[in-house]
Design a protein around this ligand. Structure first.
Ligand SMILES: Nc1ncnc2c1ncn2[C@@H]1O[C@H](COP(=O)(O)OP(=O)(O)O)[C@@H](O)[C@H]1O
Ligand SMILES: [Mg+2]
Length: 264
């Protein structure tokens, strides 16, 4: 999980560590992305100890949809999420986002693309307890050349969206579990991603806090039109999404639309 975090925040972390900055652009009127996954196969390990985690998986995720990737533990949900986001590379197939195949991009290009277009919320919140809520949320903005006042505005907007503005100057370690996860959501949305990924975002929360986190994610999806992709094994949560991609043993078993109709 630490590795995933390092990857997900790679560009920000690199900037913080003083390595060469990734060029930043301010994009106005950001729209959600259409994602086409075509026949991807992902094998872990080296022969003879290989494990095929995704087998010829295809799906299409429309602009601004809320999508659940559902399945039992070990079925390949996280692997699929990592493939869609370019965190991991399947050896076969295509992942086309707004017409660009991210599997043929260089690693640097994918990292840059991800830093500008995508954001992640994980089961473990990856919050820096000794930093204030403001500083936790402003972290992803460091790859851009925003002025102090722009940063302040963006962080305040993100904290307001998750109902934590009053905690702005508090150290993050003083927050409850649910608040920490909402803080992680604020950090994810502060740079206005087009695609928001959440991998088991309520896994470490009690049901009351879990509900609030889910509401925060769906509110953001609906108000801002970002594509929301949630990895979950919770059928109740999956049923709230526009679309459910059911994964069984590394294969797409079925894709269901919200009204119960099958899309594929
Ligand atoms: N780095 C890895 N090396 C080898 N096997 C892996 C690796 N990551 C995941 N797997 C295996 O791939 C399968 C799918 O994993 P994962 O996508 O994490 O499942 P899920 O998120 O549905 O629980 C599991 O059997 C898991 O053990
Ligand atoms: Mg998983």
């Amino acid at each position: 999980m630490k590795l995933v975090y390092t990857y997900a925040l790679g560009a920000y972390a690199a900037r913080r560590a003083g390595s060469s900055p990734v060029s930043g652009t301010t994009v106005i009127n950001r729209k959600a992305s259409v994602i086409e996954v075509k026949n991807i196969t992902k094998t872990y390990g080296k022969k003879p100890y290989t494990f095929v985690a995704l087998k010829d998986v295809s799906c299409e995720i429309p602009d601004g949809a809320s999508v659940a990737i559902v399945g039992k533990s070990g079925s390949g949900k996280s692997t699929l999420m990592h493939a869609i986001s370019g965190l991991d590379r399947p050896e076969r197939g295509e992942v086309v986002i707004d017409g660009r195949n991210i599997l043929t991009m260089s690693k640097n290009k994918v990292d840059e693309f991800r830093a500008h277009e995508m954001a992640f919320v994980f089961q473990s919140f990856f919050i820096s307890g000794n930093e204030t809520c403001f500083d936790n949320v402003s972290l992803p903005l460091e790859i851009n050349d925003f002025s102090h006042s722009e940063i302040r505005k963006k962080v305040q907007k993100a904290l307001s969206a998750v109902d934590l503005l009053d905690k702005k100057d508090q150290k993050a370690k003083n927050l409850s579990g649910g608040q920490k996860q909402r803080l992680a959501i604020a950090r994810a949305i502060v740079n206005e991603p087009k695609i928001l990924f959440a991998d088991e975002p309520t896994g470490n929360l009690d049901s009351v806090n879990g509900q609030k986190v889910i509401k925060t994610l769906f509110d953001y999806n609906q108000k801002n039109g970002v594509t929301l992709i949630i990895v979950t094994h919770d059928p109740e949560l999956a049923a709230k999404c526009d679309m459910q991609i059911h994964v069984v043993d590394g294969k797409v078993d079925k894709i269901i639309g919200k009204k119960g109709g099958k899309n594929a």
